[in-house]
Design a protein around this ligand. Structure first.
Ligand code: F6P
Length: 328
């Protein structure tokens, strides 16, 4: 049976992530392939409220698969949290003839899409795009792998200077309130200790580990700290704490910040985004809604968005064990 959906919108919302452009490209080209019109919605939900739309065809997304950021721009939009804001957005979609949309973003963006669907019954499919990897229903979000590669590359550089000066570095990484970036990049970069919100082992343990490390002959150390960690001290306070209790250490701090969100996407993220974009459009044309495209065991799957935003992915206990053994 032919689908009732003739025009699909695509939007990137919330914090940008490398690979969002590859996902946009996949959505646009799948629409072209399946002969459905496609419209880019600019600046996230802000652009939906302002009617900032542009028709897109297969050629509109030339040469973007390798680009970081999002050509559609992104925003965190307070007005979309109000009924009036959402009404304006709906009126604009209707006026433009947009029957359904694909939202590429994180849990805040998905939450907004669900409320919108409930109020106006417009079909939506989500593609998880965030460096944090904090979405249930996918083993990897678009942007996570690239962010890990970026963090590891930067820590390798920090290690050069740390070892030249026999220093200890606290490196703060992003991840909002989860520790997936810290744990994975920490293991990949050979960190001495990894502080994540999911496992608050206390500052005593950190001191013990640093003492052991000095005693065993290590000259420099890297401690990766997730921005959401629960030690109750930020990286600068951790520096002071260690200097006070272990004056033998010369400590420096590096907060990596937004560089973790930039740069060309990794091959993994490009392929993932392409697969997810194709499935998102197909799902809409099959009459599905309120689902998120994810990857599990290398299979592309669909999960209700309501589950994706509620059940956060669990931290990998096996990786925690590996990281502990590696610090011997
Ligand atoms: O969700 C992605 C993320 O980069 C988080 O890791 C970080 O906590 C947050 O966004 C930063 O948000 P903003 O760019 O609005 O400062």
């Amino acid at each position: 049976m032919a689908s009732k959906i003739k025009k699909i919108g695509v939007i990137t919302s919330g914090g940008d992530a490398p690979g969002m452009n590859a996902a946009i490209r996949a959505v646009v080209r799948t629409c072209a392939y399946l002969k459905v019109e496609c419209v880019g919605i600019y600046r996230g939900y802000e652009g939906m409220i302002d009617g900032d739309f542009k028709a897109m065809d297969a050629r509109s997304v030339n040469n973007i698969i390798n680009k970081g950021g999002t050509i559609l721009k992104s925003a965190r939009c307070a007005e979309f949290r109000t009924k009036e804001g959402r009404q304006k957005a709906y009126d604009n979609l209707k006026a433009a003839g947009i029957d359904a949309f694909v939202v590429i973003g994180g849990d805040g963006s998905f939450n907004g899409a669900l409320i919108f669907n409930k109020e106006f019954d417009i079909p939506i499919i989500g593609i998880p795009g965030t460096i944090d990897n904090d979405i249930f229903g996918t083993s990897s979000t678009v942007g996570f792998d690239t962010a890990l590669n970026t963090v590891v590359e930067v820590i390798d550089k920090i290690r050069d200077t740390a070892s030249s000066h026999n220093r200890l570095f606290f490196v703060e990484v992003m991840g909002r309130d989860v520790g997936h970036i810290a744990l994975n990049a920490g293991v990949g970069a050979g960190a001495e200790e990894i502080l994540i919100p999911e496992e608050n082992l206390g500052l005593e343990r950190l001191l013990e580990s640093l003492k052991r490390s000095k005693a065993s002959g290590k000259s420099s150390s890297i401690v990766v700290v997730a921005e959401g960690d629960k030690t109750g001290r930020n990286v600068f306070e951790l520096k002071e704490y260690v200097e006070e209790h272990l004056p033998i250490y010369d400590v420096r701090v590096s907060v990596l910040g937004h560089l973790q969100r930039g740069g060309p996407p990794s091959c993994f993220d490009r392929v993932l985004a392409s697969r997810m974009g194709v499935r998102a459009v197909e799902a809409l044309l099959e009459g599905k809604t309120n689902l998120m495209v994810g990857i599990q065991d290398n299979n592309i799957i669909l999960t209700p968005i309501s589950k994706a935003i509620k059940g956060h992915t669990k931290i990998d206990k096996e990786l925690i064990r590996v990281s502990e053994i590696m610090t011997t």
